[in-house]
Write a protein that binds this ligand. Structure first.
Ligand code: ADP
Length: 620
């Protein structure tokens, strides 16, 4: 039980505390006492304590607490359920529903819903009871209250059975048997089997109905539950009669009668009396059967079993006819017709009600489904977003680390490298007179290696710094960029007599220094990878493509085989030995990084021996 004394902490004024404390204390102690007597199954004393607590609670507005209220009401509901006092049960369940919803106590809400459902069912108000059970079922499932979920399903099934909707009823009972077997108490299990048997009987599927009655009978006998066994026998006998299986019908009816003689108010009594009446009639004992049928009809009335009453009148009129008591037979026939008409009318009304209920439920179910879908979708979306955010963050961190790594290595490696280079030169100079040709060659290797490594580190540094700056894009005229790139490559252009033809160039938003690097690398490669004895010709073009500018740098060089077209963009990937073509294998990866940073793409189209075209886009 929650610590209710906490509720008074907020009272500032001492006298208020005093005033509030005493009724609160009294209520709590009364609830405690009622709990105790409830556990001892002393319903009367429990009720006395509860009523007293309830009175104090209602008379003292200052202690008003929904939790406390829910606690008292919950106990009332339990008590009146036990007492099967449906009027009071309904009253307190409705109060409990209200307050449990206010405090968001779903478990108590489920109790309230279920009990309102039960009371309304008892008063045959299926239209109200059905949605209560459906709601309670849904919530019980969510909360994992399997016991309650099973009860709700059984109640829903029974309502459907009362509405003559056998299919829906069977569906619910079967679900209970399939999914909730473990929480069913034995007698409930038997009752469900009997109900299913009855449903099959009502839909003229006698063989199936017998199967279920037999199952029920077996369990009842196992548990020595005479009333259930009696009921099962009676129902079996009725089914055998429908199948014209007289010996078996007789056997079952006699067994049922034997059980019934041992217990008061056996369920299915009216059914068995009519079975016996029918059997005696078939045995041509009209006198015996007319006595039995009258007893059967009376019992059916007491049990408010309309179907049996109808069966009784039908049989009785046949008996009277057989007795040639035509006047009475006619009167009986008229009563039967009237009753049958009433019964059919009732059945029709139930069908309509069933339709209305299912229509309303479908609406409700649709709303629930939509809501669940939406919640599921939203959760999925949130999950996805947070996943993406997490991945982005990881990616960003990894990128940053990589950049830092590359920057630090290239920076910090250059210093020791410079030392290697300069000291080897000093040694070479100092001992120049002692060096033979081989030694001089070895020194050349050292110097070349140092220079090459220096070049690699420069390129690495360049690569690392591309992503470093926070990009502040500015309008850049590409024509100007090309002029700068060309002037940086002036020497090699002149040396190789390269012809560069340039179309009209746009202005784009970018970082000028990066674009110079980009064009310079691509033009530089176009010259470097020229064909021997062939004057390099480079065509540079730009065209609008949807939301992008598409640039192309086309050469007449050696070209690139298909299988290499992807890997040349990977850092340090080269296709040739540096003896043939100098380089570090970083140029294109830098180009790729620059274009990607601007939101574009870089690729190559080429044919070995016929030249290459490097293409890239830059968003407008
Ligand atoms: P590097 O030029 O330093 O070798 P890059 O990354 O610029 O490195 O180029 C990678 C490889 O792609 C080059 O080694 C070369 O084999 C190939 N390549 C690049 N540009 C061209 C081109 N215009 N024609 C033919 N091959 C090229």
């Amino acid at each position: 039980m929650p610590d209710l004394t906490n509720n008074i902490v907020s009272y500032k004024n001492d006298t208020l505390i005093e005033n509030a404390l005493s009724p609160l204390k009294k209520i709590v102690s009364l609830i405690d006492k009622s709990n105790l007597s409830f556990q001892q199954n002393d319903i009367k004393t429990t009720l006395d304590y509860l009523n007293e607590a309830w009175m104090i609670f209602q008379g003292t507005p200052s202690v008003y607490s929904h939790e406390l209220n829910a606690l008292i009401l919950y106990r009332f509901v339990q008590i009146y359920f036990k007492k099967q006092d449906f009027k009071k049960l309904e009253y307190f369940s409705e109060l409990l529903l209200d307050v449990s919803q206010k405090i968001g106590d779903t478990e108590k809400e489920v109790t309230a819903l279920t009990n309102i459902g039960i009371t309304r069912s008892v008063f045959s108000d299926y239209k109200t009871s059905m949605p209560m059970f459906v709601d309670a079922l849904e919530k019980s499932r969510q909360l994992g209250l399997r016991n309650n979920a099973a009860n709700c399903l059984i109640n829903i099934g029974t309502i459907y059975a009362n509405l003559f909707n056998y299919e829906e009823a069977l569906n619910r009972y079967n679900t209970v048997l399939e999914e909730y077997q473990d929480v069913l108490i034995e007698t409930t299990h038997i009752a469900i089997h009997l109900n299913i048997g009855n449903l099959y009987y009502a839909s003229d599927q006698y063989k199936l109905s017998l199967d279920f009655f037999k199952k029920a009978l077996a369990s009842a006998q196992n548990l020595n539950k005479k009333n259930y066994a009696a009921h099962a026998h009676a129902l079996m006998s009725r089914t055998y009669l429908a199948l014209y299986h007289l010996p078996k019908a007789i056997q079952s009816a006699h067994l049922a009668a034997e059980y019934m003689s041992q217990i008061d108010n056996a369920p299915g009594r009216q059914i068995n009396l009519l079975n016996l009446a029918q059997i005696t009639f078939l045995e041509e004992d009209t006198e015996g059967s007319s006595e039995m049928v009258l007893r059967g009809i009376a019992a059916a009335r007491r049990a408010q079993d309309d179907a049996s009453e109808l069966r009784g009148f039908k049989l009785f009129s046949e008996i009277l006819k057989k007795e040639k008591n035509f006047e009475r037979a006619l009167r009986c026939q008229m009563i039967y017709s009237q009753k049958q008409e009433d019964y059919l009318k009732m059945q029709r009304n139930m069908h309509i009600l069933d339709y209305e209920i299912r229509y309303a439920l479908r609406d409700k179910e649709r709303k629930i489904e939509e809501l669940t879908k939406e919640v599921r979708y939203q959760t999925l979306l949130i999950d996805r977003n947070s996943q993406i955010e997490k991945q982005n963050e990881q990616l960003r961190q990894a990128n940053e680390e990589l950049q830092q790594f590359a920057y630090i290595t290239s920076h910090d490696l250059k210093e020791p490298l410079r030392m290697i280079g300069s000291y080897s030169q000093i040694i070479q100079k100092m001992f120049a007179h002692l060096l033979d040709d081989d030694s001089r060659l070895y020194f050349k290797f050292i110097n070349d290696g140092a220079t090459r490594m220096n070049g690699l580190l420069d390129a690495l540094l360049q690569y690392a710094t591309i992503g470093k700056a926070d990009l502040e894009l500015e309008p850049v005229q590409i024509a100007d960029i090309i002029i700068i790139a060309r002037s940086n490559l002036k020497l090699i252009i002149e040396e190789t007599d390269t012809n560069i033809l340039c179309g009209e160039m746009p202005t784009v938003k970018a970082i000028p220094s990066f674009l110079v690097q980009l064009f310079q690398n691509l033009i530089g490669n176009a010259i470097k990878f020229r064909q021997e004895n062939n004057r390099p010709i480079i065509l540079i073009n730009a065209e609008e493509k949807n939301n992008d500018w598409l640039f192309s740098i086309k050469d007449n060089g050696i070209g690139i085989a298909d299988e290499h077209k992807e890997r040349i963009f990977v850092i340090f990937q080269r296709l040739h030995h540096r003896n043939k073509y100098e380089g570090t294998g970083i140029g294109l990866s830098i180009c790729n990084k620059i274009v990607t940073q601007l939101g574009g793409k870089l690729w190559v189209e080429s044919e070995p021996g016929r030249g290459s075209t490097f293409l890239f886009t830059i968003p407008k």
